[in-house]
Design a protein around this ligand. Structure first.
Ligand code: SF4
Ligand code: SF4
Length: 185
């Protein structure tokens, strides 16, 4: 079993999470309500209440290495259920960003899917499904993934073979540009 050295407390990490999320992690008293309502808990390596505890104790490496950050669906159920009004989902978002920035992205394919999705939106103004699938498959080598779904999505018109026409596509590009400029500051 993997053990955690609770004496190795990274105070800067706690401060950064609190500052970026606008939440006070110290208010969490480990009632477990967030985990009880989390629909992805079955797949998590660390339940969301334990993530909160690990943040409180400054366990930066353990938290940022967690697969849970990448499996979280940002559904906000944890936030809604927290009796201390902590925006737990916001903290999960912040941790995911921090993991990405510091090269801790443990679930490579999920990160790749998110990146490919955003590239498609930037390029076409909204997601171009067939292009997204081709790019994702090419980068992961998972050629047979979900192939059985292809006939159903094609016959229901859910998979356009051409990008969708988008009014003012350049406005979406500008959003991405603004984000990059802001990230540099
Ligand atoms: S936001 Fe993430 S951690 Fe919170 S309940 Fe939803 S899936 Fe679970
Ligand atoms: S619901 Fe709130 S107080 Fe309870 S464990 Fe989760 S974050 Fe902590």
């Amino acid at each position: 079993m993997k053990t955690t050295n609770m004496n190795a407390r990274d105070a800067e990490f706690i401060h950064e999470v609190e500052e970026r999320s606008g939440q006070q992690v110290v208010r969490c008293y480990q009632c477990g309500n967030c985990t009880a309502g989390c629909p992805y808990n079955f797949a998590y390596d660390i339940p969301v209440n334990r993530i909160m505890r690990l943040v409180q104790t400054g366990q930066k490496e353990v938290v940022l290495d967690s697969k849970s950050l990448w499996l979280c669906g940002s559904c906000q159920s944890c936030t809604t259920r927290c009796p201390n009004n902590i925006d737990v989902a916001r903290i999960m978002d912040v941790l995911r960003h921090m993991a990405r920035e510091t090269g801790h992205a443990s679930e490579r394919n999920i990160k790749l899917f998110a990146d490919t999705f955003l590239e498609s939106v930037e390029k076409h103004g909204r997601v171009y499904e067939a292009g997204l699938m081709a790019s994702y498959v090419a980068q992961t080598g998972k050629f047979l993934n979900d192939l059985d779904l292809a006939p159903a999505v094609l016959t229901k018109g859910k998979l356009s073979l051409k990008p969708h026409p988008v009014h003012k596509r350049e406005a979406v590009e500008e959003i991405f540009l603004r984000f990059r400029e802001k990230s540099k500051q």
